[in-house]
Design a protein around this ligand. Structure first.
Ligand SMILES: *Cc1c(COP(=O)(O)O)cnc(C)c1O
Length: 392
């Protein structure tokens, strides 16, 4: 870019610009801290809580979440990718970080060792790479083994666990510090198939742990996600890996409301235009909505390019000053339309809440996920870079 061009605008400071121009995500670190304490209070005293902050802290901002969760008593952090872990290190976060995904390149494992990150090992291939790297630096490489007890995704087969451990025992620069598995149906009903599979996974995990020699009993054993943590204390072992609950949502519908989690995020946008249209007017692309009466419509400056799934078109309501108004017509890339006929006091620039709390009323990711066949996890990590995260 032409430097002279920038000089022209230099007197106008970018710092003074409010990010809440059109649409934004508000993040409440105090809710994350409180939720961490609530979950911790469910655990035995010596059971650790790992805060899972993958996917940019489920869309809340990984750095913000990590700090708040550590303040609330989390012992360490879990991420999915090397880059997510490196980003946390760059922010100066020095606690142990476990990478839950599989790192397959020598270079990635090299960075992992040198930034003090813990990889997950599912096979002898990566164990041997770790040894090679650690040996070249004359360092010890701390690793966790993952074993598949029924998720059928990452992890070694139970039948090959013994040979993997025997191999690791011969690798001098590798220190096995943890062993874990992942639950497939813990967020399902508390009976039938989900209950059967979860018990089976618990049984398999317990039985493979009994193979470890007593000297190994200090290794960190973990199995439960949020749902497992709330479901059954016998799934806790030495540590639980909690994502969803830290962000303020219960992992299944019938979860007893004896502890209160607070949503840590709200999605808000402004009204950018108000229009009065007659009856029988088609609204937005495709005219999927036709007015049935003279209607006052408001255009809201947020759309599917911000992460408001187009499949929600005509199926959600929004909040203005604690009252609900229906969204009508197709959600478009940058805006959506709401019907505000009921209220003459709404003005251009007013703040609309799409998700989260507003004056005692609230809209949850559960409602959205039911409307568009998704799950709260996916809703939370769907908000795009175009929505600035405003930490409150
Ligand atoms: C994402 C993830 C978690 C956290 O799951 P929640 O349901 O959000 O609590 C735990 N463990 C692993 C391996 C994961 O990938």
């Amino acid at each position: 870019m032409n430097a002279a061009c920038l000089v022209k605008y230099k007197s106008f400071s970018l710092d003074s610009i409010d990010p809440r121009q059109r649409a934004w995500v508000e993040v409440f670190p105090s809710a994350i801290r409180d939720n961490t304490q609530v979950v911790k209070s469910l655990l035995a005293e010596n059971c650790l809580l790992m805060a899972v902050v993958k996917a940019d802290g489920y869309g809340h901002g990984a750095g913000t979440v990590a700090e708040a969760a550590l303040e609330g008593g989390a012992a360490n952090l879990g991420v999915a990718t090397l880059q997510e872990a490196l980003d946390l290190r760059k922010l100066g976060i020095s606690c142990p970080i476990l990478i839950l995904g599989n790192l397959v390149n020598l270079k990635d494992l090299d960075a992992c060792l040198n930034w003090d990150l813990i990889p997950t090992i599912s096979s002898s291939r990566e164990a041997l790479l770790c040894q090679k790297i650690a040996e070249s630096y004359e360092k010890k490489f701390n690793i966790h083994i993952k074993v598949d007890t029924g998720m059928t995704r990452l992890g070694c087969d139970i039948s090959s666990l013994k040979s993997l451990i025997n191999l690791i025992d011969t690798l001098e620069n590798i220190e096995l510090v943890g062993i874990y598995s992942h639950l497939a149906l813990a967020d399902g009903e508390r009976h039938g198939q989900p209950e059967i599979i979860t018990s089976l996974q618990k049984k398999r995990f317990n039985s493979l742990l009994s193979n470890f020699k007593p000297a190994r009993q200090n290794l960190c054993r973990h199995l439960a996600n949020s749902a497992g943590t709330f479901r059954d204390k016998a799934l806790h072992f030495d540590m639980v890996r909690v994502g969803l609950a830290l962000y303020g949502y219960k992992p299944f519908e019938d979860f007893a409301d004896n502890c209160s989690l607070k949503p840590a995020l709200a999605v808000r946008a402004r009204i950018t235009l108000i229009r009065d249209v007659p009856s029988h007017t088609g609204v937005s692309y495709g005219h999927d909505f036709i007015t049935k009466r003279p209607t006052r419509l408001a255009v809201v400056g947020i759309g599917y390019a911000d992460g408001i799934n187009r499949a929600l078109s005509g199926k959600i309501s929004v909040l203005i000053n604690g009252y609900f108004y229906p969204q009508v017509g197709s959600i478009t890339m940058d805006q959506l339309v709401i019907d505000i006929t009921e209220n003459n006091d709404i003005r251009i620039g007013d703040v609309v809440t799409l998700l989260g709390e507003d004056k005692g009323s609230s809209i949850t990711p559960y409602e959205w996920s039911q409307a568009c066949g998704s799950i709260p996890w996916e809703i939370l990590c769907s908000f795009k870079y175009r929505l600035p995260r405003v930490v409150i």
